[in-house]
Design a protein around this ligand. Structure first.
Ligand SMILES: Cc1cc2nc3c(=O)[nH]c(=O)nc-3n(C[C@H](O)[C@H](O)[C@H](O)COP(=O)(O)O)c2cc1C
Length: 311
């Protein structure tokens, strides 16, 4: 096999490979984050943090499904100050650290983004798309709120800031969102979060698979790959190159990652597959991606990035 270079960057922060973990599974405690640091993940991505420690929703709140998962975790996390304190230890593992922030109000997001802007963190991802908090609307589906939030959050410092978006399903929404993003120095978007408020029913028990919110939860994994690909593709065509795109949704092998590359993703994240398989998934998928690219005669990401061929 020829040498295949999977290195990439987000806002100029170098990543040694195309794949990293997604905020969510196995990235809440220092111990879990250290495991990611020692794996082939290109970066260490934290669980979305809130102002204070959260237990999260009652269990069962996650369920494996044949083609992915459903979950309504409710943002269990240690509180942002714990992640702020961990930054030096995480940085010592020698790869970029991305913090995911998920406040319940703009004020909370401002407090947390300001704190991380004054830390040694490399990249900040603000989660505008947590569908699992009872009674809370997703910022990502309220375009006025998105615009107000970006006007305040993008002026707090020089570290690269991006936002994690919910999936969109209507062309008018892609266009409206892209117009807003273009007005601000957003460095990247991460597409997509889980598809909110889905229901999986177990016919044997005649109950939903998870307990919170009457069983309504975020759908992840294979089920959502076509939606993730469409969101990456639509935004890649609508946004300037200065706004990069991290693809996420249903990546469990090298070919899935290659499809996101064709759609135009600058890097990809992995959630459900990491939850199910553990940290070995990063090296496995990396090797599979390299083998597939080799078969195609490609030796670097730019050979295929965004190059989906029209029929
Ligand atoms: C157990 C679990 C917890 C998650 N928690 C978060 C979170 O805290 N913040 C976030 O932005 N996304 C969260 N997500 C969504 C993932 O980051 C990802 O966007 C989604 O699962 C789609 O990727 P996948 O198909 O690889 O699972 C979570 C997903 C799972 C499965």
């Amino acid at each position: 096999m020829q040498h295949i270079d999977l290195s990439t960057n987000i806002a100029g922060i170098k990543l040694d490979s195309y794949l990293m973990n997604a905020s969510g599974p196995r990235c809440t405690s220092l111990q879990e984050l250290e495991v990611i640091g020692k794996s082939a993940s290109a970066a260490i991505v934290t669980k979305s943090c809130t102002i204070a420690f959260r237990e999260g929703n009652p269990e069962p709140r996650y369920s494996d499904l044949p083609l992915g998962s459903i979950q309504s975790m409710g943002l269990p996390n240690l509180g942002y100050k714990a992640y702020l304190e961990m930054v030096p230890q995480l940085k010592s593992l020698g790869k970029p650290v991305l913090v995911s922030i998920s406040g319940f109000s703009l004020e909370e997001n401002i407090e947390m983004v300001s704190a991380f802007q004054n830390s040694d963190i490399d990249i900040i991802e603000v989660n505008f798309s947590c569908p699992n908090i009872p009674g809370k609307a997703q910022v990502a589906y309220d375009f006025e709120q998105v615009e107000t939030a970006l006007s305040k959050l993008t002026v707090l410092g020089d570290k690269p800031l991006g936002i994690k978006l919910a999936p969109y399903f209507d062309m008018s929404h892609f266009i409206a969102m892209a117009e807003i993003l273009k007005k601000f120095p957003v460095k990247f978007i991460t597409c997509v979060n889980s598809i909110g408020n889905t229901l999986i029913i177990d016919p044997e028990t005649e109950s939903p698979m998870i307990k919170p919110k009457g069983g309504f939860g975020g759908l992840c994994g294979d089920y959502i790959k076509p939606i993730g690909l469409a969101n990456v593709r639509a935004f890649r065509e609508l946004l300037p190159e200065s706004i990069q795109i991290i693809g996420v949704g249903g990546i469990k092998n090298g070919i899935d990652a290659f499809e996101y590359l064709l759609a135009g993703a600058d890097a990809v994240q992995i959630a459900t597959c990491f939850e199910k398989e553990g940290a070995n998934c990063f090296s496995r998928i990396e090797n599979e991606l390299k083998a597939f690219m080799d078969k195609k005669g490609y030796n670097k990401l730019s050979d295929a990035k965004g190059k989906l061929k029209p029929l």
